[in-house]
Design a protein around this ligand. Structure first.
Ligand SMILES: [Zn+2]
Length: 281
């Protein structure tokens, strides 16, 4: 799932490429992608792109008085074309969800891998019309110390879940929450209201700041691989922790898993992993 650093990289790449260009037309290949009907996507034809932005994990392509809000969900991504293919789109086949053709001849595809289609696009005159954006908490890179301390002290549940809750703090998902908690040396299962907010916020700035620095300037086709190269624990089950050398452990859930270092984060203890425990019985 694209998180704050990757969406910033996409927004920055597009800013350089498309601001000042004009939409020729937009085609939808996956009907479930588009969540709004009025105004229609056709109304963007001929309009100038005035900017790009990120809110939380959403990418926004800006026009005078209109925002095209793209939400990637777990498997959505963006493909850039210096020359956009001219063949008509095949409906409902493969990962292509939407193609934006620009007057310059360039183009952007919004894609979503897999069979679950959860990515979404909304064309709105005010981005607050998109419920997820209206409910979004403060940005992970802009939240101030006091605001963050209050958010944690009034949150219930495990810190890993709280970090991923976009209404509490926006921009962090499964991958960077693993990285942030590893940097802060905090257990993913620690109760949110017991965590040292200052230490955690410092880790948020360190991890997201370094990731942004590594990713901004890359084309979309290189961002995902570069993101993975930067991970210390996420997706690295069984490998040595780069800080202490211990073996990185995992907890699996139905649709995702988290990784952590038992030495750095949980006092050497393995967290309970119901799926693994069941397999081993
Ligand atoms: Zn470690």
């Amino acid at each position: 799932m694209p998180e704050l650093p990757e969406v910033d990289a996409l927004a920055e790449f597009l800013r350089r490429k498309i601001v000042g260009d004009f939409v020729e037309r937009i085609d939808i290949a996956e009907l479930s992608l588009l969540k709004t009907v009025d105004p229609s996507l056709d109304s963007l034809a001929g309009l100038e792109i005035t900017g790009t932005a990120r809110v939380g994990k959403s990418l926004i392509i800006e026009f005078a008085g209109l925002d095209l809000v793209c939400r990637f969900a777990r498997a959505g991504w963006l493909v850039w074309h210096d020359r956009v293919p001219t063949a008509p789109l095949k409906m409902g086949k493969g990962p292509l969800g939407m193609r934006i053709r620009l007057a310059s001849g360039a183009g952007i595809d919004l894609t979503e891998a897999g069979t679950k289609k959860n990515a979404s696009v909304a064309l709105v005159s005010d981005r607050a019309e998109v419920a997820a954006l209206a409910a979004s908490g403060p940005d992970a890179l802009k939240v101030d110390d006091d605001q963050f301390a209050v958010a944690l002290s009034t949150s219930h549940g495990r810190i890993k879940n709280v970090l991923e809750d976009q209404e509490i703090i926006a921009g962090i998902g499964n991958a960077y929450s693993d990285e942030i908690l590893h940097t802060a040396k905090i257990s993913p299962f620690a109760p949110a209201d017991s965590v040292d907010a200052g230490r955690l916020l410092a880790a948020i700035h360190t991890v997201l700041g370094a990731a942004r620095e590594a990713l901004i300037g890359l084309p979309p086709s290189k961002v995902k691989a570069a993101k993975k190269r930067g991970f210390s624990v996420h997706g690295r089950t069984g490998q040595p922790c780069p800080v202490c050398g211990s073996t990185i452990a995992e907890v699996s859930f139905a649709e995702k898993s988290l990784q952590y270092c038992p030495t750095c984060q949980t006092g050497g203890k393995k967290l309970s992993d119901r799926r693994m425990d069941r397999l081993l019985k």
